[in-house]
Ligand binder design. Structure first.
Ligand code: ZN
Length: 105
């Protein structure tokens, strides 16, 4: 069972403003009223996780090896999901190859 509103929303990663969670067509939406940054998902819990996770990612990725680590992790997750993720998975693979080709880690 999920508890409603137990997860606190981290402020907008781009402008630092408070963001709002609301129901949208067939799902949920987090919107920053100031800069218009938004994120949507059909599942509320997933959306909250994604939103808060992105902020911590932007904060923690300071160098290429860390970026590669997160990309590899993302790629693994994508491989386990549906076909809709195929394009993103391909992009991630290309990015990883390019990084690997340019830098030693
Ligand atoms: Zn914003």
């Amino acid at each position: 069972m999920e508890n409603e509103q137990t997860v606190e929303l981290i402020p907008c990663p781009f402008c630092g403003s408070k963001v709002e969670l609301s129901a949208s067509d067939g799902g949920w939406c987090i919107l920053c009223a100031k800069c218009g940054c938004r994120m949507e998902n059909t599942d509320k819990g997933t959306l909250l996780d994604l939103w808060n996770d992105r902020y911590s990612l932007m904060d923690s990725i300071q160098d290429t090896p860390t970026l590669v680590y997160f990309l590899e992790r993302l790629k693994k997750r994508l491989e386990q999901t549906t076909k809709t993720a195929c394009e993103l998975e391909a992009l991630t693979t290309i990015l990883l190859r390019r990084i690997a080709g340019k830098e030693t880690y």
